[in-house]
Design a protein around this ligand. Sequence first.
Ligand code: JB3
Length: 214
Amino acid sequence: MNSSESKSLVVIGGGGHASVLVDILRSQQREILAIVSPENISQRRIFSGITHLKNDDDILRFSPDSVNLVNGVGMLPKSGLKRKLNEYFLSLGYTFETVISDSAQVSSFAEIEQGAQVFSGAIIQAGVVIDAHTIINSGVIIEHDCHIGEYNHIAPKATLCGQVTTHSNVYVGANATVIQNITLEQGSIVGAGAIVTKNISSEQICYPSRSVLK
Ligand code: JB3
């Protein structure tokens, strides 16, 4: 079986998030066999020359041994689509590609799990663990020893100081700051620009205008 680096790719989703991923993958000379999206994608030049498939089951024409999948469907708070698509194709034996921009700075002492996506300008320091299928968006800073759970979306330019722990399905909004040693429980949401100085309980929301009290 091909190593992951040389396997051809199929991208699920054809919107803004997928366009950023395809930009990275094209710059890394990766072969993209198809974009799979129910909607028209011709309006985005970045996808030109790539086959457009309309149905997710069209992916089944590619064997799990010959392709890796890239989930290009973004992840906003409470959206379960990314996980639903992943779990379906994982159950069929497919592997999701871990995508890391060449302009991201990722410590060789950090661990990035299957299907995670790290975009340009992100900084990931030593001791960090990024669990599966999480999005570390453009310009994000993940400081030392953070553990970021699966299916998180850390939005552009957010900063997580040292030893922050997030559980699954956490959303940290653009330009938010989470100070050191904070825990964000499962499904918690940090609004764009918020400054988090207290732990956030499961499914709770922290708004920019105030920190959450314990
Ligand atoms: O916040 C940032 C920086 N980016 C956001 C990202 C994380 O999430 C972005 O602003 C958007 O809010 C969102 O990006 P996304 O998912 O690219 O949004 P949109 O441009 O609406 O594209 C969604 C794509 O998913 C479209 O091409 C849809 O056709 C496709 N889609 C929806 N459901 C699907 C399905 N594609 C497949 N293959 N299967 C589906 O079930």
